[in-house]
Design a protein around this ligand. Structure first.
Ligand SMILES: Nc1ncnc2c1ncn2[C@@H]1O[C@H](COP(=O)(O)OP(=O)(O)OP(=O)(O)O)[C@@H](O)[C@H]1O
Ligand SMILES: [Mg+2]
Length: 348
């Protein structure tokens, strides 16, 4: 004989789900049979017997129907409480013991819904904050350009002592605006997942030397040295050269911007299958509280703001995304007044 285990299992599960009702069924059966026995001790006709069976079954169906209705009411009441936001804790989601699995599922659904709502609220807040920040950052340079042009038009254009100066200042503001827009485009492309990466092997030493060369004028002007101990000449690393240029430039620019005296050091350390790159400075440093936030968009420390060096606080947010697109992580160590070091790894 072939035993259909699936069917047996189904029957057992169905019987188990009725467990709670067995007592009622037994009590009802006992009641009806006792009544029958007491009322008709000498036996009954087949018609009366059928009639009593019908009464018995009707009672049983009524009982099951009522139980089912109660359960549906309970479920409906919990669902409307969720819909009306009346649930305050897990205890508010209580169904009878028979519906424990359903209770757990409803609770899991409720938690997931709350998480989704909170996430959407957070996104909405970030979006508003982002818009406010962008408008704020755009307003200052635009007003500056407007101011210089108006002053020039009001007569300063003929004043040899200030006209070139004002034009240069207006030009600097437009350069700042251009950089800000580029950063914003980068950020939005990165965050919408549109940033196309183009990975290939390239010579690290040549690459770093050309970047350092690019900053030569600035470092000479600021009287800060960039120290770099060339790495193995034939060392090749794997990455997107153009995007990494943004990373190196932002980190070196920051090191220059936030350092008054001392030096900036670029360190390349080889390990088994990659290299660790560190950009270290002897600048103003970052407090431990700020360290957790500097990679947020538009975040600038009080120390940086008070230095009057321009910046939007987008640089490190972009750096972080690009480094992560290289399967790496940007690590920062810093102490106020002593300096900072930012490092990340690349595959070789
Ligand atoms: N090397 C550093 N030394 C000290 N503080 C730093 C350094 N690098 C970053 N910071 C702090 O982190 C903040 C965020 O840096 P981030 O590069 O994102 O912005 P920024 O340099 O102010 O502006 P920009 O968008 O032009 O790069 C800076 O404003 C500064 O407060
Ligand atoms: Mg920066």
């Amino acid at each position: 004989m072939v035993i259909n285990f699936q069917l047996v299992n189904k029957i057992i599960t169905a019987l188990k789900s009725l467990k709670k009702y067995y007592l009622y069924i037994i009590l009802w059966t006992l009641l009806v049979s006792t009544l029958m026995y007491l009322l008709f001790p000498s036996g009954i006709s087949i018609e009366l017997y059928s009639f009593l069976i019908i009464i018995y079954l009707t009672g049983l169906f009524y009982f099951f129907g009522k139980m089912r209705r109660n359960e549906l009411d309970e479920i409906q009441s919990i669902i409307s409480s969720i819909r009306l936001n009346k649930i305050k804790s897990k205890d508010s989601i209580k169904l009878n013991r028979n519906l424990k699995i359903l209770e757990d599922e409803i609770y899991a659904m409720y938690v997931k819904m709350q998480d989704d709502i909170n996430y959407l609220k957070k996104l909405e807040k970030m979006r508003t904050q982002f818009l406010a920040n962008v408008s704020h950052e755009l307003r200052t340079p635009i007003f500056k350009v407007q101011g210089y042009i108006e002053t020039l038009l009001d007569g300063a254009i003929n004043d040899e002592k200030v006209n070139l100066n004002f034009l240069n200042k207006a030009k600097n503001s437009t350069i700042y605006l251009g950089n800000l827009l580029n950063d914003l485009i980068d950020i939005s492309m990165i965050e919408s997942g549109e940033m196309k990466m183009s990975f290939r092997y390239f010579n690290l030493n040549e690459y770093i030397l050309s970047i350092i060369n690019h900053f030569k004028d600035t470092t000479v002007k600021r009287k800060i040295d960039i120290v770099y101990n060339p790495c193995r000449e034939d060392l090749k690393v794997y990455g997107d050269k153009e995007r990494l240029n943004v990373v190196f430039s932002n980190l070196i620019q920051n090191a220059i911007k936030y350092t008054d005296v001392g030096q900036i050091e670029l360190i390349v350390e080889e390990f088994d299958n990659g290299v660790n790159i560190t950009i270290k400075d002897t600048g103003i440093g970052i407090s431990s509280i700020d360290l957790n936030r500097i990679f947020e968009r538009f975040y600038r420390t009080e120390l940086a703001r008070s230095r009057l060096v321009s910046g939007t606080g987008l640089g490190l947010a972009i750096v972080k995304h690009i480094v992560e697109a290289h399967n790496s992580k940007i690590i920062v160590n810093s102490r106020v007044g002593e300096g900072s070091e930012f490092s990340f790894t690349l595959r070789k």
